[in-house]
Design a protein. Structure first.
Length: 163
């Protein structure tokens, strides 16, 4: 076998179309580009989405979507992930140290998913209703962070100071 004797199998390759080779070829004169106009010229093309000066479809349609900046620094932690944290007190610092949340996270909410195996003290974190019950049933407690509902009831119970 020699490299200069190699060739593809017969029928596997197709000869490229030879344009501009006379009337009889079927691809003579204008070579399939039609008569006149931008697309018949060499280098003539229009960018994708261009509609001849008419307002393009992607600009006519309404824009939608929103990315909350708070959402970028907020994380949800499952109750099953609390088992990865060493020590009984769980705070943002302890969650970062154990690798449960990323270093850019500033707000955390604990959600019920999985079982609570140990007694935990939750400090400075939001806790869902179901997770709160599971943690308290396991003998743990939640400190520092009150729910919005309980704050509203406290404010409603306070007498107004009118001076």
């Amino acid at each position: 076998m020699q490299l200069n004797k190699l060739s593809p199998a017969s029928g596997s390759t197709k000869a490229k179309k030879r344009v501009g080779r006379g009337v009889a070829s079927g691809w003579g004169k204008t070579c399939g580009s039609g008569h006149k106009g931008q697309k018949s010229r060499s280098g003539g093309n229009v960018k994708p989405g261009f509609e001849g000066g008419q307002m393009p479809l992607q600009m006519r349609l309404p824009k939608y979507g929103f990315t909350s900046r708070i959402g970028l620094v907020t994380s949800e932690v499952r109750t099953s992930e609390l088992n990865k944290v060493e020590g009984g007190i769980i705070s943002i610092e302890s969650l970062k140290k154990s690798g449960v949340i990323s270093s850019g996270t500033k707000r955390v909410k604990i959600m019920l998913s999985g079982t609570v195996e140990k007694k935990y003290t939750i400090q400075g974190l939001s806790v869902s209703k179901g997770a709160r019950e599971a943690i308290e049933n396991a003998g743990g407690e939640i400190l520092d962070r009150e729910t919005k509902r309980s704050l509203a009831t406290v404010k409603a119970d306070e007498p107004e100071n009118k001076n």
